[in-house]
Every structure is written in C-alpha cells, then in structure tokens.
Design a protein around this ligand. Sequence first.
Ligand SMILES: [Zn+2]
Length: 306
Amino acid sequence: MDRENFMTRFTVEHSGLLDVIRQGLLTGAEEKKTVEAELYKLNVYGEGAFFKPHLDTPRSTSMFASLVVVFPTPHEGGELVLRHGGKEWTSGVWAEPELIDATYWEFSEAINKFLITAEKILPPYRFGVYDVLVLPPSFPYGGMENACLTFLTPTLLVGDRTLVDVVVHELTHSWFGNGVTYVSACIPYVPPSADNISPTSHRQANSTHFWLNEGWTTYIERVLLQLLHTPADRGFSFLIGRTSLTNALKQYTSRPKYQRLVIDFDVGEDPDDAYSTVPYEKGANFLLHLERMLGGLDAFLPDTCA
Ligand SMILES: [Zn+2]
C-alpha cells in the first residue's frame, strides 16, 4: 500500500473545526462547554457514486449534530442539501458576537415563517440557504438583498420583533432580484470601442426596467403582509407607499422622465439620479391594477391565495 495515497494527517481535534463549531453554536454560559467529535463513518465514493438522502439517527442523548468533512479530491457535483420539515432550505442569522443573541431572538422565528408563507404563493425557494447578517451601525440602508444573505441595519434590533417585516421585502428579492428580472429584460451591454468611448454601461442599460425588480418585490411583499397579518396590513402599506410616491413625483417635476415606470437612459446618464420610490410604488400599483382588473388575488396569483 502506498501510504501517501491512502493516509491523511487530518484530525478533527487539530483542525480547529471544533472551536469554530463551539463559538458558532454555544453562547453565554454554555460557551465554555467542550464539544467532542467521534468518527462514525468514512465514505469513499467512486465515479458516479453518490449518497442517497437519509436522516441521521442520533447515536446518544448528547449528540447534537453531524459534522461532514469532505476531503479535497477532484470531483464534480457533490452538493450537500439539508432538508428539514420537507423544506430544502436552511435559515440562520449572522452578527458580531455582542449582537448575535439579540439578532437570533429578533429574526430566527420570523425568517422561517416568511419563507414558508412565500412558498405558498411563489415557486419553492431555490437558493438552499437564507441567512440575514446584521451589520454595524455604519451600514447605510435598512436592508439590502444579496443572494442567500440579506444585509440588515442593527436599528432593527428593537427587542420586540416589531420591525422584522423589513426582511419580507429583502426575502422577496430571492424571486424578483436583479438576476431574474432587470438584467434579462434589458438592452444589451455595449463595450467601449475606439469611436465610442462612453458606451452604454451595463448598469445604465439595465436600470431601464428597474421596476421589474422593485415593483414586483414591493407588490409580493404586500401580498405576504396580508397572509402573515391581515388584508388591512397590505392596504395600509399601499397607503404609506402612496405618500412616498407623491413626494417622489413632486421631486421630479422638472425632470418628468424620471417619473416614468420605464426610463430610457441616455449614454452617460447616471441611473442613481433617477433612484426614488417611483419604480417601487408605481410598479406595485401597476401590478395591483392588473390584479384588480383580472378579478383579484385568486385569479392573479398562480397559486390560490388563502
Ligand atoms: Zn427592494
């Protein structure tokens, strides 16, 4: 036997993995508890082989997790999918150590509820993981959608879970994000050339249909508010939005182009100049109008809205 090909010097104890697990899972008084790993199984997969879906059986009362270590061998595929309660996604929270307890308390329950509710009216969540990251106070937005990981301001940590609905909007972007709406619907990217040193930038080109992203997200966000709370919550959110739409339209009285839902940007024009609640509110109201024309939510949504 060629020892170099069959042996590894890897040991869990010396890898530092257990420290990471302990710091990630144990907080407060539990922080100093020791975590031990016991080798259960070594699987060696040949070409085309795979591990069938299975449920880990607890091997003792003190077992709380399975640690899967994948050795670096050349392979394709091999995605690990965690299923829980029939769902193919996991959710979690991230924050600096001093905020992690508050973050977990504020958001962990709500996130799962939001995902389950969203899947009642939308196709299944496809990203596998949905986490939120609470950033330091210098983060300049309330929330920012990133695939799998929504960024949030720490000002949402109010201790009574009254501001968690911000996550509904960011979560909805998982279905109506830049990659599936506003990029694919836009005019092609024009690269720089000798006779055109100021080409249509990718960003400018795609901002034309920005409302497909934010209008749909705002519309679905409010449907979810109705399902999570009451129809009045949805209506109230449209009312609040109307005020901000009126203000945004006033702001652009001298530049009426930016009052439009679809904006044809000129070369060199900065889409940030046009950024306002117009694509959010006008977009959501346009979709609400279509919904009402077609006979309400039951007729408009692909799935029945209970
Ligand atoms: Zn948004």
